[in-house]
Structures are given as structure tokens and as C-alpha cells.
Design a protein around this ligand. Structure first.
Ligand SMILES: Nc1ncnc2c1ncn2[C@@H]1O[C@H](COP(=O)(O)OP(=O)(O)O)[C@@H](O)[C@H]1O
Ligand SMILES: [Mg+2]
Length: 423
């Protein structure tokens, strides 16, 4: 309608001053449909031409907001409701002649056709909406089946899963996501199985270790009780043995407690600027009598100070334990060497001996709880098999590493590195 009005306005631009004949020709020539009415007005809003037959207002002034707007140069399209006929669309455009607004073309049209069109579209909308809803419903049901039923299967498998039988518990083919979920679960269950195994062997080892001295104590005291006549000297001998076993028990329990403390992280590190060279020197000094007792030459490779952030008490335990081991597992006449070095970013502590050594197959096990290469020898020298597992845990707490090189009957070298963490 707007473009029709513009065409009329252009065609009649030259005729605004009096040529009403041509205006009529143009307007009727447009062949507008009978439901629309075209009114041409001059710049005073006086009707020059009107296509209406039964309500012709030619010669009258028609004042409407849209027409006044058009006289100010604004093209207007709007609708209004009229009783009986319904929605009417109206448009008003200005007629420009010699770059002045010379009049207005005003067209009204009953919108019954447009209404019908809109109704049709509305219907189409309803139908499409219903169809889409139904499709979504069906699709959701299918998707739910595709997604939920495998998850249900997986859940059923998982709840039946037995951690003890095997690691590869859940197998799943089909959906990539579910396959990776199953893989993650298998991984987790593998780790749980491993942990469970460790826990079990720990408990059984601990019970065994505690039981051994207890059995000795029982045996010793029963022997004393079973002797009808017993002299003071023999009682003293038995009692000394019993006390020794009790000391052993206390030592194991003490170490177990310190391990659990480390496990639960009840005791956090207290890092302080520490001279680890001075510390290892002191340890060597304190262990020198023990070594000399065994005829072992213990030396400390003195260097300048080696400063880093460390928990002195814990690092003391670490170096003390491995130096103590070196003395313990070195026969008479051997030698032990302790050295602390500055590696730039790290601090390295090495303890070397020329003792019994460790067989290659045992090298990665000596850090396990209760593991001892030679149980009898270790027990004889007061070992519990817990020392190195505590050492390893303490080194790890410092963010460091411990490694071992060893040759049977030639000697062992323990190497610890911890980051300096200065600045
Ligand atoms: N310097 C070493 N030379 C030879 N064997 C060693 C040395 N240090 C540790 N081991 C072996 O590693 C085992 C575990 O050490 P550790 O945890 O300290 O237990 P233990 O209480 O027996 O000393 C020891 O029983 C010993 O067999
Ligand atoms: Mg030890």
C-alpha cells in the first residue's frame, strides 16, 4: 500500500495545481482493488479527488493525524478498527512538487484479506507447534532410552562389582562417554584394590611383627614359671631377655604411631632456613661411638654450609635413619661416608657404605613397610623394617626424592635430594 501510495504521489506531482483530470486518470489507472479507497488532498488538507462512490468527500477538508503527519513530510502506515468492516489499514504519503509538499495521497483499505492471511499463518503456527511438540516428545523418549538404559546397566554392574576379584570389572561397548566412564571406574577400582592389598599386608605384617616379641616374652616367662627351683642368676638372665623384647615392642609401636601420624598429616612440615651440612655433621658425630664400637670408620665429607628450607627435626630423622642403616648393614672394619652437597636448585645428601649391599630384586621393596632383606639379621640388630618407609614419607613431604644404588657384598649408596625453596 505504501509503495502504491508513493507511485500515485510521484505520478500526480505535476498535476497538483489544477489538473484534476490527470489525477483521476492516474488513480483509476492504478486499478486498486475495490476494498481500498484513495483520497488525494492538497496542501491545505482539502480533498481534490476521492475514489469513494457513496461517501465522496471531494471538496471537503479531511483532518486526520496521519494526513497532518504526511503534510509535514512523514510517510505513515497504521491500522485502526472500524465497526462492521473490521481492521482498516491506512497510509498517507506526501506529494512533493518543486521540492515542496503540495499535497497528500491517503489510502485506506479493509484488511480482511490480510486478516485471513494472518489467521492462516496462526493456524499454521498451531499445527507446527503441535507437530514439533509431538516430535520432541518422541525424540526425548528415544534419547532417554538410548542414554538412561546404558547408565542403568552400568549402575547395575557397578553395584555388583566386587573389588577383590579383578581389576577389569566393567566392560562397555557403544557409547564413547560410557566407555570412558567405565574405564575411569576400572582405573579407580584398580587403585582401590591395590590400596586394599597394601592395607591388608600392612595389618598382617604389623600383627606378625608384634606377635613375635610377644611369643618370646610368653615363652621366656613360662620357662621361668615351669622351673621348680630357680636361682637368682637365671631369673635375671630371663628377665633381661624379656626386657629386650619389650623394648622391641615399644620401638615397633612407636614407629607405627609415627607412620600413622605421617599418613594422616596430623603434623605439617615446619620449614625453616636450615644448614643441612652442619646437621649431617652433627648426626655423624652422634653416631660415631656406635660405629667405632663395630670397628667402622665413619667420616663426614665437610663442605661449606648447605642452606635450604627444611623441617630440621624431620630431616634429622631421615639422615639419622639411613646413616644408622649404613652402620648396621656394614660388617666390622668397613667404612661409612656421609656428604651434603649444594646442587643449585636442590640439596643432595649421600650416605655410602661398603657393607653387605642389597640384591637387585629387593631394591625397590626396601622402602615398603616392614620389608627387610634379611629378617633375622635385621631383627638381631634391632631393626623393625619401618625405618626406610618413614624416611621415604618424610622426604616426599619435603617434595624430594630418595634413590638407592647397591651391589651385594660391595656396598650401598643412598641418595636424597630435596628442593632448596629459597626465594
Ligand atoms: N645401607 C644398607 N645396606 C644394606 N642393606 C640395607 C641398607 N639400608 C637398608 N637396607 C635393607 O633395607 C631394609 C629396610 O631398611 P629399614 O626400613 O631401615 O629397616 P630396618 O629396621 O631393618 O633397618 C633393611 O632390613 C635392609 O635389609
Ligand atoms: Mg633401619
Amino acid at each position: 500500500m505504501l509503495s502504491n501510495a508513493n507511485i500515485v504521489a510521484n505520478l500526480i506531482a505535476e498535476d497538483m495545481r489544477g489538473n484534476s483530470k490527470h489525477i483521476e486518470e492516474v488513480v483509476t489507472g492504478m486499478g486498486a482493488d475495490p476494498s481500498s479507497r484513495i483520497v488525494v488532498l492538497d496542501s491545505q488538507a482539502k480533498v481534490i479527488y476521492d475514489t469513494s462512490e457513496n461517501n465522496n468527500i471531494k471538496g471537503k477538508t479531511l483532518v486526520r493525524e496521519q494526513i497532518l503527519d504526511a503534510l509535514e513530510g512523514k510517510d505513515v502506515v497504521s491500522t485502526y478498527k472500524e465497526k462492521e468492516v473490521g481492521t482498516v489499514v491506512q497510509t498517507a504519503v506526501s506529494v512533493i512538487s518543486n521540492s515542496e509538499i503540495a499535497g497528500v495521497v491517503y489510502i485506506t483499505s479493509v484488511a480482511s484479506e490480510t486478516d485471513d492471511f494472518i489467521k492462516d499463518i496462526r493456524w499454521l503456527f498451531y499445527v507446527i507447534s503441535i507437530v514439533v511438540c509431538i516430535l520432541i516428545g518422541i525424540l526425548s523418549a528415544v534419547m532417554a532410552d538410548v542414554i538412561v538404559s546404558p547408565i542403568e546397566k552400568l549402575t547395575a554392574k557397578l553395584s555388583k562389582a566386587d573389588f577383590e576379584t579383578d581389576g577389569e570389572l566393567v566392560k562397555f561397548k557403544g557409547s564413547i562417554e560410557l566407555e570412558s566412564l567405565a574405564a575411569a571406574f576400572n582405573n579407580l577400582s584398580g587403585r582401590l584394590t591395590e590400596m586394599e592389598e597394601k592395607r591388608r599386608s600392612f595389618v598382617s605384617n604389623a600383627s606378625h611383627e608384634l606377635k613375635t616379641p610377644l611369643s618370646s616374652i610368653k615363652l621366656l616367662s613360662e620357662s621361668v614359671l615351669s622351673m621348680p627351683e630357680i636361682d637368682q642368676e637365671t631369673v635375671r638372665e630371663f628377665m633381661t631377655d624379656i626386657t629386650g623384647e619389650i623394648d622391641r615392642l615399644s620401638k615397633i609401636i612407636e614407629r607405627l604411631l609415627s607412620l600413622t601420624k605421617l599418613d594422616t598429616e596430623a603434623e605439617p612440615l615446619s620449614l625453616k632456613v636450615t644448614d643441612l651440612n652442619e646437621m649431617s655433621q652433627r648426626i655423624v658425630k652422634s653416631l660415631t661411638p656406635v660405629a667405632e664400637n663395630k670397628g667402622i670408620a665413619i667420616t663426614h665429607i665437610t663442605e661449606k654450609e648447605v642452606i635450604g628450607m627444611a623441617d630440621r627435626e624431620k630431616m634429622w630423622q631421615v639422615v639419622y635413619n639411613i646413616t644408622d642403616n649404613a652402620i648396621k648393614y656394614t660388617p666390622e672394619g668397613g667404612k661409612v661416608e656421609v656428604g651434603t652437597y649444594d646442587d643449585g636448585k636442590d640439596i643432595r645428601i649421600e650416605v655410602a657404605d661398603n657393607g653387605v649391599g642389597i640384591p637387585e630384586k629387593d631394591l625397590d621393596k626396601i622402602f615398603d613397610r616392614f620389608y627387610r632383606v634379611d629378617k633375622a639379621r635385621s631383627r638381631e640388630s634391632g631393626g623393625t623394617g619401618l625405618g626406610l618407609s618413614i624416611v621415604k614419607e618424610l622426604v616426599n613431604m619435603h617434595g624430594g626424592e630418595i634413590s638407592v644404588e647397591s651391589i651385594v657384598d660391595a656396598g650401598t649408596r643412598m641418595k636424597i635430594t630435596i628442593p632448596k625453596r629459597l626465594g
